[in-house]
Design a protein around this ligand. Sequence first.
Ligand code: GDP
Ligand code: MG
Length: 564
Amino acid sequence: MSRRVRETATTPLIERLEALQTATELGTGRVPEAAITRAGAVLEQASTRRSLSTEHTVVGFFGATGSGKSSLFNAVTGRELARAAATRPTTSVPMAGVWQAEGSDDLLDWLQIPERHQLDEPLGTSKTGLLRRRSGVASGLILVDLPDFDSTTAANRETAERLAGQVDVLVWVLDPQKYADAAVHHEFIRPLAAYAGVTLVVLNQIDLLDSSDRTAVIESLRGILEADGLRRPRVHAVSAMTGEGIDGLREAIADVTVDRSAATDRLLQDVAAAADGLVGTAPSSADPEAGLREDPAMAIGTGLTEPGPAEQRRLADHLAEAAGVEIVVAATRTSYRLQARARTGWPVTRWLSRLRPDPLRRLNLRSRDVNPAVNRTSLPAPGAAQRAQADSAVRAFADGASKGAPEAWRGSIRRAARSSSEDLPDALDQAIASTDISAGRGSWWWPIVSVVQWAALAVALAGAGWLAVLAIMGYLQFDAPPAPRVEGLPVPTLMLAGGVLLGIVLGLATGLLSRVAASGRARAAGRKLKASIAHVAQNSVVEPVRAEVRRFNTFSAAVRRARG
Ligand SMILES: Nc1nc2c(ncn2[C@@H]2O[C@H](COP(=O)(O)OP(=O)(O)O)[C@@H](O)[C@H]2O)c(=O)[nH]1
Ligand SMILES: [Mg+2]
């Protein structure tokens, strides 16, 4: 039964490890390398620890030189195994006392503890016999005496630090002289405060305190521990020398061992801390809580919203501006009007309009015979200003999309937005070149007006010719027949004046009409060009940003699950 209970009890750990795995994979290349490395180490450590023995609980004694770790080890085991000393050399190699040694070898190898003592006695005196009595089944306890955390020998410190990262239960051994030592608290207890659930605090050498001072010292220590981040810490006041309080400590150790959940609890804590590190700025092993403090809660808590149509439109508008769509639109308008005048203007003056070059042709946007797919415009190459404009539009879009995300992800979303910034100006130019803006296409009414213009000119010329013939005949003293009259006015004069007047009036009228039509053309061209630009923006900027936002959302969901 206990096995089944244990298996279901480890399921949340497996889920959270998987979540951490996912978050680590998704965060790679995004969040700081150190956090990824740390999460990777936690994943590896968890899988190793779980593959070793779940039957054993590793309890380590940590503390400063002379606090009494070795003495306490002896007192708890009831055997003089460890060398306790007032002067150096102090403990330099970790030593383990093992209850139920079977199956513990690999675990001890992994912990790199060479010195092992098999202990068959129930934990403590036969009177207490706690482990055996409580569990009913044999429970594995591995008690470890460690070198000093503040050892002057670097190798000793490293051993202690390494094992602080590996054991299932941390026991802080303090003494009345140094219990308030700032270095101990800041450098060791505080950074490991997240492990409060698997931490025991022992105030050793209590025999050195008058009974009247004890409560005050214990209260003071509790206050400091709370400030370290250990919530409602319980302090075991003991004396390794007199044996006072040792039974209570044994009982506390037996409790966590019988539970067999310490290993899992510790790993859950490791996973949560690693997940915190993944959303922090630059968590270091010296300050694993950096992530917690910097918590950019909102985006991690809820994920980001993918950029919507309004943001996309704004981006496209800015890019269109930077790409020179307005220039093309203006050219479309002018081009139409020039052509309209050339085709429908008063024939006598329409040649004048040919003196002005067609702006669309100058932009290389009128050559219909060139394959538009490979066509290039001759729009002025984007200058620094336009480039800056396009860049800032892309940046604004990325910043909007990443708002609330941790800095590292804001950077990665910005990078995604700029992933094709090299090719963006070209792509935009291409989009303009390949958009059909009806360049060079006339209007249905042009030929009609043209015919009328030519007819009017012909009538005027006929009138003028007629008048000329009459004038020449008069000059030569021929008797010319009088010109017919309408309403008292001579017909040839009417033809000349009427034809010229019609041509001019019609020219003015079509000028107005072509102005209106040109605006319509320009608007339509603007719409089409913006649609093309929007398409490019979609492929080069919006989609990459979307993908990265989705990646972040999956990442933050995984972090939430890993945090539990
Ligand atoms: N008075 C008193 N001295 C102790 C107690 N525990 C340890 N000591 C002494 O403190 C010194 C250092 O002890 P040791 O166990 O080597 O400390 P460690 O460096 O933390 O392993 C030794 O001289 C011990 O005899 C205690 O509870 N009371
Ligand atoms: Mg020692």
